[in-house]
Design a binder for this molecule. Structure first.
Ligand SMILES: O=C(O)CCC(=O)C(=O)O
Length: 374
Protein backbone atom coordinates (compact mmCIF):
# COMPACT_ATOMS: atom_id res chain seq x y z
CA UNK A 1 0.00 0.00 0.00
CA UNK A 2 1.36 3.50 -0.73
CA UNK A 3 3.00 5.31 2.17
CA UNK A 4 0.55 7.61 3.97
CA UNK A 5 0.73 11.19 5.30
CA UNK A 6 -0.06 11.76 9.00
CA UNK A 7 -2.66 14.23 10.25
CA UNK A 8 -0.92 17.61 10.32
CA UNK A 9 -2.27 20.19 12.75
CA UNK A 10 -0.76 23.67 12.18
CA UNK A 11 -0.47 25.38 15.55
CA UNK A 12 -2.10 28.86 15.64
CA UNK A 13 0.46 31.63 15.37
CA UNK A 14 -1.03 34.37 17.59
CA UNK A 15 -2.04 34.23 21.29
CA UNK A 16 -5.62 35.23 20.34
CA UNK A 17 -5.92 32.40 17.81
CA UNK A 18 -4.31 30.01 20.28
CA UNK A 19 -6.88 30.96 22.93
CA UNK A 20 -9.69 30.45 20.40
CA UNK A 21 -8.60 27.18 18.78
CA UNK A 22 -5.65 25.72 20.74
CA UNK A 23 -7.72 23.28 22.83
CA UNK A 24 -9.59 22.05 19.74
CA UNK A 25 -6.28 21.47 17.94
CA UNK A 26 -4.94 19.37 20.83
CA UNK A 27 -8.20 17.40 20.96
CA UNK A 28 -8.02 16.74 17.22
CA UNK A 29 -4.49 15.34 17.54
CA UNK A 30 -5.37 13.23 20.59
CA UNK A 31 -8.52 11.86 18.93
CA UNK A 32 -6.38 10.91 15.94
CA UNK A 33 -4.00 8.77 18.02
CA UNK A 34 -6.39 7.55 20.76
CA UNK A 35 -9.58 6.79 18.83
CA UNK A 36 -8.60 6.59 15.17
CA UNK A 37 -5.19 5.08 15.99
CA UNK A 38 -3.48 7.24 13.38
CA UNK A 39 -0.39 9.45 13.58
CA UNK A 40 -0.53 13.21 14.22
CA UNK A 41 2.05 15.99 13.92
CA UNK A 42 1.42 19.37 15.55
CA UNK A 43 3.57 21.78 13.55
CA UNK A 44 5.07 25.21 14.18
CA UNK A 45 5.31 25.20 17.97
CA UNK A 46 8.62 27.10 17.71
CA UNK A 47 6.62 30.06 16.37
CA UNK A 48 4.63 30.40 19.62
CA UNK A 49 5.48 33.61 21.50
CA UNK A 50 6.13 31.48 24.62
CA UNK A 51 8.72 29.25 22.87
CA UNK A 52 11.92 29.80 24.94
CA UNK A 53 14.44 31.93 23.06
CA UNK A 54 16.71 33.29 25.79
CA UNK A 55 20.44 32.49 25.48
CA UNK A 56 19.95 30.18 22.51
CA UNK A 57 17.49 28.03 24.47
CA UNK A 58 17.49 24.36 23.38
CA UNK A 59 20.74 24.83 21.40
CA UNK A 60 23.73 22.46 21.84
CA UNK A 61 25.45 25.17 23.95
CA UNK A 62 22.36 25.48 26.17
CA UNK A 63 22.29 21.68 26.58
CA UNK A 64 25.99 21.58 27.50
CA UNK A 65 25.68 24.41 30.02
CA UNK A 66 22.46 22.98 31.49
CA UNK A 67 24.09 19.60 32.12
CA UNK A 68 27.19 21.31 33.52
CA UNK A 69 24.99 23.26 35.96
CA UNK A 70 23.33 19.99 37.03
CA UNK A 71 26.67 18.35 37.78
CA UNK A 72 27.98 21.56 39.42
CA UNK A 73 31.11 21.51 37.27
CA UNK A 74 31.90 20.54 33.70
CA UNK A 75 29.25 18.28 32.14
CA UNK A 76 30.16 14.62 32.71
CA UNK A 77 30.77 12.19 29.81
CA UNK A 78 27.62 10.60 28.40
CA UNK A 79 27.16 7.33 26.46
CA UNK A 80 27.19 7.97 22.69
CA UNK A 81 26.21 5.30 20.18
CA UNK A 82 28.48 4.81 17.18
CA UNK A 83 25.98 3.20 14.85
CA UNK A 84 28.51 2.45 12.13
CA UNK A 85 30.84 0.48 14.39
CA UNK A 86 28.02 -0.81 16.62
CA UNK A 87 29.83 0.39 19.73
CA UNK A 88 29.13 2.78 22.56
CA UNK A 89 31.64 5.39 23.62
CA UNK A 90 31.73 7.97 26.44
CA UNK A 91 32.15 11.60 25.36
CA UNK A 92 31.52 14.87 27.12
CA UNK A 93 28.52 16.70 25.59
CA UNK A 94 30.87 19.46 24.32
CA UNK A 95 33.24 17.02 22.57
CA UNK A 96 30.28 15.13 21.07
CA UNK A 97 29.02 18.34 19.39
CA UNK A 98 32.57 19.24 18.28
CA UNK A 99 32.84 15.81 16.61
CA UNK A 100 29.46 16.33 14.89
CA UNK A 101 30.53 19.71 13.53
CA UNK A 102 33.69 18.28 11.98
CA UNK A 103 31.80 16.35 9.26
CA UNK A 104 28.60 16.58 7.21
CA UNK A 105 27.62 13.06 8.15
CA UNK A 106 28.16 11.20 11.41
CA UNK A 107 27.02 7.87 12.75
CA UNK A 108 27.50 9.15 16.32
CA UNK A 109 24.13 9.37 18.05
CA UNK A 110 23.39 10.64 21.54
CA UNK A 111 20.20 8.73 22.12
CA UNK A 112 17.98 7.98 25.11
CA UNK A 113 19.99 10.70 26.91
CA UNK A 114 19.26 12.58 30.13
CA UNK A 115 17.94 16.13 29.87
CA UNK A 116 19.13 19.11 31.92
CA UNK A 117 16.87 20.11 34.82
CA UNK A 118 16.46 23.56 33.24
CA UNK A 119 14.71 21.89 30.30
CA UNK A 120 12.40 19.58 32.18
CA UNK A 121 12.18 20.05 35.95
CA UNK A 122 13.04 23.51 37.21
CA UNK A 123 10.09 25.82 37.45
CA UNK A 124 9.16 27.09 34.91
CA UNK A 125 11.17 24.73 32.73
CA UNK A 126 11.83 25.15 29.01
CA UNK A 127 9.66 22.25 27.87
CA UNK A 128 6.77 23.72 29.87
CA UNK A 129 7.32 27.10 28.20
CA UNK A 130 7.44 25.46 24.78
CA UNK A 131 4.33 23.39 25.44
CA UNK A 132 2.33 25.31 28.03
CA UNK A 133 -1.30 26.49 27.89
CA UNK A 134 -3.58 24.28 25.80
CA UNK A 135 -0.66 21.93 25.01
CA UNK A 136 0.10 21.14 28.65
CA UNK A 137 -2.10 17.96 28.83
CA UNK A 138 0.40 16.42 26.40
CA UNK A 139 3.34 16.80 28.81
CA UNK A 140 4.55 13.81 30.85
CA UNK A 141 2.39 12.95 33.89
CA UNK A 142 -0.25 15.45 32.74
CA UNK A 143 -3.72 15.16 31.28
CA UNK A 144 -4.76 11.52 30.89
CA UNK A 145 -1.31 10.08 31.63
CA UNK A 146 -1.97 7.18 34.02
CA UNK A 147 1.75 6.76 34.52
CA UNK A 148 1.05 9.03 37.53
CA UNK A 149 0.07 5.90 39.47
CA UNK A 150 3.58 4.54 39.20
CA UNK A 151 5.73 7.42 37.96
CA UNK A 152 8.62 6.46 35.71
CA UNK A 153 11.05 8.80 33.95
CA UNK A 154 10.27 8.61 30.26
CA UNK A 155 11.85 11.89 29.07
CA UNK A 156 14.72 11.27 26.68
CA UNK A 157 17.09 13.25 24.53
CA UNK A 158 18.14 12.54 20.91
CA UNK A 159 20.96 14.58 19.36
CA UNK A 160 22.52 13.73 16.02
CA UNK A 161 22.73 14.58 12.33
CA UNK A 162 22.66 12.87 8.91
CA UNK A 163 24.11 9.38 9.38
CA UNK A 164 22.31 8.66 12.67
CA UNK A 165 19.04 6.85 13.20
CA UNK A 166 16.88 4.85 15.57
CA UNK A 167 15.92 1.42 14.23
CA UNK A 168 12.37 0.12 14.18
CA UNK A 169 10.81 -0.51 17.60
CA UNK A 170 7.65 0.01 19.63
CA UNK A 171 7.60 1.79 22.96
CA UNK A 172 7.15 -0.12 26.23
CA UNK A 173 3.74 -0.85 27.76
CA UNK A 174 1.78 0.22 24.68
CA UNK A 175 2.42 3.81 25.73
CA UNK A 176 1.75 6.74 23.43
CA UNK A 177 4.91 8.41 22.11
CA UNK A 178 5.49 12.14 21.99
CA UNK A 179 8.56 13.61 20.31
CA UNK A 180 9.36 17.27 19.71
CA UNK A 181 12.30 18.61 17.72
CA UNK A 182 13.52 21.54 19.82
CA UNK A 183 16.63 22.52 17.83
CA UNK A 184 17.87 22.23 14.27
CA UNK A 185 20.92 23.77 12.60
CA UNK A 186 18.97 25.00 9.56
CA UNK A 187 15.89 24.50 7.41
CA UNK A 188 17.48 21.50 5.65
CA UNK A 189 17.66 19.61 8.93
CA UNK A 190 14.86 17.13 9.63
CA UNK A 191 14.04 13.67 10.92
CA UNK A 192 12.44 11.17 8.58
CA UNK A 193 9.85 8.93 10.29
CA UNK A 194 8.20 5.68 9.19
CA UNK A 195 5.37 4.48 11.43
CA UNK A 196 3.29 1.29 11.35
CA UNK A 197 0.17 2.44 13.21
CA UNK A 198 -1.62 0.82 16.18
CA UNK A 199 -4.19 -1.15 14.14
CA UNK A 200 -1.54 -3.10 12.21
CA UNK A 201 1.07 -3.38 14.96
CA UNK A 202 0.28 -6.98 15.81
CA UNK A 203 0.04 -8.03 12.17
CA UNK A 204 3.43 -6.45 11.58
CA UNK A 205 4.89 -8.15 14.64
CA UNK A 206 3.58 -11.58 13.59
CA UNK A 207 4.99 -11.12 10.09
CA UNK A 208 8.50 -10.09 11.06
CA UNK A 209 9.20 -11.65 14.45
CA UNK A 210 10.36 -14.87 12.79
CA UNK A 211 13.47 -12.98 11.85
CA UNK A 212 13.96 -12.30 15.54
CA UNK A 213 15.28 -8.79 15.09
CA UNK A 214 12.31 -6.57 15.91
CA UNK A 215 12.74 -6.63 19.67
CA UNK A 216 16.41 -5.70 19.46
CA UNK A 217 15.99 -2.25 17.89
CA UNK A 218 18.58 -3.01 15.21
CA UNK A 219 16.72 -3.23 11.94
CA UNK A 220 16.07 -0.27 9.63
CA UNK A 221 13.46 -1.08 6.99
CA UNK A 222 13.72 0.44 3.53
CA UNK A 223 10.92 2.65 2.19
CA UNK A 224 10.30 0.02 -0.50
CA UNK A 225 9.84 -2.78 2.07
CA UNK A 226 7.35 -0.72 4.08
CA UNK A 227 5.60 0.50 0.96
CA UNK A 228 5.02 -3.12 -0.09
CA UNK A 229 3.09 -4.01 3.09
CA UNK A 230 -0.63 -4.65 2.65
CA UNK A 231 -1.63 -1.90 5.11
CA UNK A 232 -0.82 1.81 5.43
CA UNK A 233 2.53 2.91 6.83
CA UNK A 234 2.99 6.60 7.69
CA UNK A 235 5.94 8.48 6.25
CA UNK A 236 6.83 12.11 7.05
CA UNK A 237 9.59 14.57 7.92
CA UNK A 238 9.74 16.30 11.31
CA UNK A 239 11.27 19.76 11.50
CA UNK A 240 12.10 22.06 14.37
CA UNK A 241 8.96 22.94 16.37
CA UNK A 242 7.09 19.83 15.19
CA UNK A 243 5.60 17.53 17.83
CA UNK A 244 5.01 13.95 16.66
CA UNK A 245 2.25 11.96 18.41
CA UNK A 246 2.03 8.18 17.98
CA UNK A 247 -0.71 5.87 19.22
CA UNK A 248 -0.04 2.81 21.41
CA UNK A 249 2.05 -0.02 19.95
CA UNK A 250 3.04 1.99 16.85
CA UNK A 251 6.23 0.61 15.35
CA UNK A 252 8.52 3.48 14.36
CA UNK A 253 11.96 4.17 12.93
CA UNK A 254 13.65 7.56 12.60
CA UNK A 255 16.52 8.72 10.37
CA UNK A 256 18.12 12.13 10.90
CA UNK A 257 18.75 14.27 7.80
CA UNK A 258 20.91 17.36 7.28
CA UNK A 259 22.63 19.14 10.17
CA UNK A 260 22.42 18.68 13.93
CA UNK A 261 19.01 18.31 15.49
CA UNK A 262 17.96 17.87 19.11
CA UNK A 263 14.72 16.08 19.98
CA UNK A 264 12.99 15.45 23.28
CA UNK A 265 10.70 12.46 23.67
CA UNK A 266 8.47 11.04 26.40
CA UNK A 267 5.47 8.78 26.69
CA UNK A 268 2.02 8.72 28.26
CA UNK A 269 -0.12 5.80 29.41
CA UNK A 270 -3.67 6.57 28.30
CA UNK A 271 -6.66 4.29 28.92
CA UNK A 272 -6.22 3.08 25.33
CA UNK A 273 -2.58 2.23 26.15
CA UNK A 274 -3.58 0.24 29.22
CA UNK A 275 -6.31 -1.66 27.35
CA UNK A 276 -3.95 -2.57 24.51
CA UNK A 277 -1.12 -3.38 26.88
CA UNK A 278 -3.27 -5.87 28.78
CA UNK A 279 -4.77 -7.41 25.66
CA UNK A 280 -1.65 -7.64 23.51
CA UNK A 281 1.55 -6.20 24.78
CA UNK A 282 1.86 -8.07 28.06
CA UNK A 283 1.28 -11.48 26.42
CA UNK A 284 3.82 -10.66 23.70
CA UNK A 285 6.33 -9.36 26.24
CA UNK A 286 5.91 -12.39 28.45
CA UNK A 287 6.64 -14.63 25.49
CA UNK A 288 9.84 -12.72 24.86
CA UNK A 289 10.65 -12.32 28.59
CA UNK A 290 10.67 -8.51 28.42
CA UNK A 291 10.37 -6.95 31.89
CA UNK A 292 7.79 -4.45 30.63
CA UNK A 293 5.09 -6.93 31.66
CA UNK A 294 5.66 -5.87 35.27
CA UNK A 295 4.97 -2.17 34.84
CA UNK A 296 1.38 -2.17 33.65
CA UNK A 297 -0.05 -4.42 36.40
CA UNK A 298 1.69 -2.16 38.92
CA UNK A 299 0.15 0.96 37.36
CA UNK A 300 -3.25 -0.77 37.41
CA UNK A 301 -2.94 -1.97 41.00
CA UNK A 302 -1.78 1.43 42.29
CA UNK A 303 -4.46 3.08 40.16
CA UNK A 304 -7.22 0.91 41.67
CA UNK A 305 -6.03 1.82 45.19
CA UNK A 306 -5.58 5.54 44.51
CA UNK A 307 -8.80 5.96 42.54
CA UNK A 308 -10.72 4.12 45.28
CA UNK A 309 -9.23 6.34 47.98
CA UNK A 310 -10.02 9.45 45.95
CA UNK A 311 -13.57 8.25 45.41
CA UNK A 312 -14.05 7.57 49.14
CA UNK A 313 -12.83 11.08 49.84
CA UNK A 314 -15.30 12.60 47.40
CA UNK A 315 -18.18 10.56 48.80
CA UNK A 316 -17.36 11.43 52.40
CA UNK A 317 -16.36 15.09 52.06
CA UNK A 318 -17.99 16.19 48.86
CA UNK A 319 -14.52 17.28 47.71
CA UNK A 320 -14.65 20.44 45.57
CA UNK A 321 -12.08 18.91 43.18
CA UNK A 322 -14.47 16.25 41.90
CA UNK A 323 -17.77 17.84 42.79
CA UNK A 324 -18.95 18.49 39.26
CA UNK A 325 -20.98 15.63 37.83
CA UNK A 326 -19.05 14.88 34.58
CA UNK A 327 -15.77 14.71 36.49
CA UNK A 328 -17.34 12.36 39.03
CA UNK A 329 -18.71 10.06 36.32
CA UNK A 330 -15.36 10.11 34.55
CA UNK A 331 -13.67 9.11 37.81
CA UNK A 332 -16.06 6.21 38.39
CA UNK A 333 -15.67 5.03 34.78
CA UNK A 334 -11.88 5.18 35.04
CA UNK A 335 -11.93 3.15 38.26
CA UNK A 336 -14.25 0.61 36.67
CA UNK A 337 -11.91 0.24 33.66
CA UNK A 338 -8.90 -0.11 35.95
CA UNK A 339 -10.66 -2.85 37.92
CA UNK A 340 -11.56 -4.79 34.78
CA UNK A 341 -8.05 -4.51 33.40
CA UNK A 342 -6.45 -5.48 36.67
CA UNK A 343 -8.72 -8.54 36.80
CA UNK A 344 -7.56 -9.52 33.35
CA UNK A 345 -3.96 -9.30 34.49
CA UNK A 346 -4.70 -11.50 37.50
CA UNK A 347 -6.56 -14.06 35.43
CA UNK A 348 -3.81 -14.07 32.83
CA UNK A 349 -1.19 -14.65 35.52
CA UNK A 350 -3.15 -17.56 36.98
CA UNK A 351 -4.25 -19.23 33.78
CA UNK A 352 -3.28 -22.82 32.96
CA UNK A 353 -0.55 -21.68 30.60
CA UNK A 354 1.15 -19.50 33.22
CA UNK A 355 1.86 -21.44 36.39
CA UNK A 356 4.49 -19.05 37.62
CA UNK A 357 3.22 -15.60 38.61
CA UNK A 358 5.34 -13.06 36.77
CA UNK A 359 4.04 -9.87 38.29
CA UNK A 360 5.99 -8.60 41.26
CA UNK A 361 3.74 -9.33 44.21
CA UNK A 362 2.97 -12.51 46.10
CA UNK A 363 0.27 -15.06 45.29
CA UNK A 364 -1.40 -14.22 48.59
CA UNK A 365 -1.66 -10.56 47.63
CA UNK A 366 -3.19 -11.62 44.31
CA UNK A 367 -5.87 -13.62 46.07
CA UNK A 368 -6.60 -11.01 48.73
CA UNK A 369 -6.93 -8.32 46.13
CA UNK A 370 -9.13 -10.55 44.01
CA UNK A 371 -11.43 -11.18 47.00
CA UNK A 372 -11.43 -7.52 47.91
CA UNK A 373 -12.36 -6.46 44.40
CA UNK A 374 -15.09 -9.08 43.95
O1 LIG B 1 14.38 10.40 17.27
C1 LIG B 1 14.77 9.25 17.34
O2 LIG B 1 15.85 8.88 16.93
C2 LIG B 1 13.90 8.18 17.99
C3 LIG B 1 12.73 8.71 18.71
C4 LIG B 1 11.84 7.67 19.29
O3 LIG B 1 11.99 6.49 19.09
C5 LIG B 1 10.71 8.11 20.10
O4 LIG B 1 10.52 9.29 20.31
O5 LIG B 1 9.95 7.21 20.57
Amino acid sequence: MPLTEPLRVAWPTSPAEEAASGEASVLKALTCIRSQFGVAVITGLNKRPSWPRHNGAFSPADLVSGLAADSQGPALPVPIHDLHHETETALTPASFFTRLHETDESSLYWKDGRLPLSWTSESPHQLEEAMGGPLSPLLPLSGGDHQRFCPAETLMLYAGKKGSYTALHWDPAASESYNIMVHSDDENTSAEWFVVPTCYALQFYERFRVRGDLMCHVRMFSAAELDALPYPVYHFHQQVGDLVLLGPLSWHQVRNQGGTSIKVSWSQLSIASLRLAVAFHIPVCQRTCTPVSYGVPLVLMNGVCTLTEELCLVLSHDSPRLKSKPAFIHHVNTLSTFLKLFFRCLVFEWSEENHEPLIPFSGRAHVLLYMHVV
